[in-house]
Design a protein around this ligand. Structure first.
Ligand code: MRU
Length: 351
């Protein structure tokens, strides 16, 4: 298993994704502020991994706090939640994880005889539980989604929705892994994913690690390959799925979805339930993170664009639900109309 992130007695250990694929370097965050920094700088990235990293950051913040009463700890905990909640606005898993940790905090703090130690232990256990659940959800998505992929053919993916974006196995890449484990002969086409190059650096690295045949494409090559009949399915992850099935994912996903529809190729989204945001009615209401212009103007420290030119750098776009053939979750494969299938799935889990 690729060790994306890990709780250790010394702090939270991260595989530094800014250094891949050429260097496998680990960094240890020993405070919640350092975990926040690791998320902002994309040492760890990918919606499910961001959520679990934030949960571990909160557990770490409580563990390292010098508060001597539960009331003092509660005031500090509010600040920790705020700091971690300000890191990346689009991945709803971040807010899902923080809310879940807040519930555990409140529940523990309100128990008779609650102590700083009992609250701390409950938060550490919850963060570890979320880590384990995330891997189990990825494996379940893989089991549900594998049959949707061709027995033999090309599958295009955008960004990195793999082990590196989760606690292990991956969402979109988990479905690919699962299909390969079941005997499908797949060739993966990984969009390079400008400007941060998650496809070229991370998807390529982790699929080669698993000996899955992979070809990297520049982001402007997909249409041509689709027209040549080399791509039989597209599968991507998501940072947030609205109640109507609109999908926010890495910038460029929307264009790929339009191309897939035009060429009659199925377009699948794989995401755990923690990525579903039923409180957001449609993609129009999803906040889109804007990142620094330097990610576009520079590559490997070298300036590519002239001084003074305007730069856009939205990290995500929204693919309207009409382009999505199916959404694969750990609760099953959902089909349109998503406003209904998402609600039904939410209701079934609540029963
Ligand atoms: O900016 P990133 O690298 O965090 O963006 C990641 C993506 O867009 C992924 O596709 C998404 O988070 C799903 S990861 C399982």
């Amino acid at each position: 298993m690729i060790p994306t992130l890990e709780w250790t007695p010394q702090g939270v250990r991260f595989l530094d994704q800014t250094r891949l694929p050429l260097e496998e370097v680990y960094t240890l965050a020993t405070s919640y502020q350092e975990v926040a920094e690791v998320i902002v700088t994309m040492v760890v990235r990918g919606a499910p991994a961001i959520g679990v990293a934030a949960a571990m950051g909160l557990a770490l913040g409580v563990k390292t706090s010098s508060a001597s009463t539960v009331a003092a700890l509660a005031a500090e905990f509010e600040g920790m939640c705020r700091t971690l909640g300000e890191t990346r606005p689009t991945a709803v898993n971040l807010f899902w994880a923080i809310e879940r940790m807040k519930r555990v905090f409140d529940d523990q703090a309100n128990r008779p005889g609650a102590t700083v130690a009992s609250v701390r232990d409950a938060l550490i256990a919850e963060a570890q539980h979320m880590y384990d659940e995330d891997i189990a959800a990825c494996r379940q998505m893989g089991a549900y989604g594998a049959a949707l992929l061709p027995r033999l053919g090309g599958v295009l993916t955008h960004c990195n929705a793999g082990a590196l974006a989760t606690c292990g196995y991956g969402t979109a890449l988990g479905v690919i892994r699962s299909a390969v484990e079941r005997g499908h002969e797949l060739h993966v086409f990984a969009d390079e994913t400008r400007p941060f190059l998650q496809g070229a650096r991370l998807t390529a690295w982790e699929l080669l690690h698993d000996h899955i045949p992979t070809t990297v494409l520049c982001d402007n090559m997909a249409a041509s390959l689709m027209r040549q009949g080399k791509i039989h399915a597209v599968i991507v992850g998501a940072d947030r799925i609205a109640a109507n099935g609109d999908v926010a994912n890495k910038i460029g996903t929307y264009g790929v979805a339009i191309l897939a529809k035009e060429h009659g190729i199925p377009f699948y989204v794989a995401a755990p339930w923690s990525t579903i945001d039923l409180r957001t009615p449609s993609g129009d209401a999803i906040p889109i993170e804007q990142r620094a212009a330097r990610e576009v103007t520079h590559h490997a420290g070298k300036q590519l664009t002239p001084y003074g030119v305007g730069i856009e750098n939205p990290a995500f776009d929204v693919t309207p639900a009409q382009y999505v053939t199916a959404i694969i979750t750990e609760r099953g494969v959902l089909r349109p109309p998503y406003a209904e299938s998402l609600l039904e799935s939410a209701g079934a889990a609540a029963d």
